[in-house]
Design a protein around this ligand. Sequence first.
Ligand code: GLN
Length: 194
Amino acid sequence: MKIGVLALQGDFREHRLALEKLGVETVEVRLAEDLEGLEGLILPGGESTTMGKLMTDYDMLEPLRAFGAAYAMWGTCAGAILLSQNVGREQPLLKLMDTELERNAFGRQIESFEIDLSVPFLEPQKPDYHATFIRGPIFKRVFGRAKPLMTLPDGTIVAAQQGHLLATSFHPELTDDLRFHRYFLELAKRPPEA
Ligand code: GLN
């Protein structure tokens, strides 16, 4: 299995390392042609406006949309923003998932926090997942084909899935816990959608 990590900006190296620990061949994707032969793609954390601008400059918006229509894609933090339909302001988005996000939703003063969350869909389900939030977005609306996957204790949605598309507000690539990367690989093993 060959999985790409979008490498325009952000923490793509950490995703590569996590995938390599699982014995997966990885490719850094910088141009549309790098998508050739991949079974899945991760959009890393970073700065979504910058990544969107670079995607536009390198003519990658349409190729990435076409890839995500067929193959597994997972966005962490800024990547989750790029997968969404709407973030309430103008910026290039892939609009692949039926989600509306609010950027930097936890405010400036609390720029980063960690919390243990229950993950009944992961294997193994226990221990709870130690999620790291760094100026992350929240999911304000998950509609249509998308389904909420994880919430904070107050009900705020912080992860969603839509078939082979996955989005998390937090950063599994910054922890040693590989359960999320394994979960994504299961999505990538599904046959491509027509
Ligand atoms: N705040 C960033 C954005 O809005 C996301 C932060 C992150 O990826 N850690 O794009």
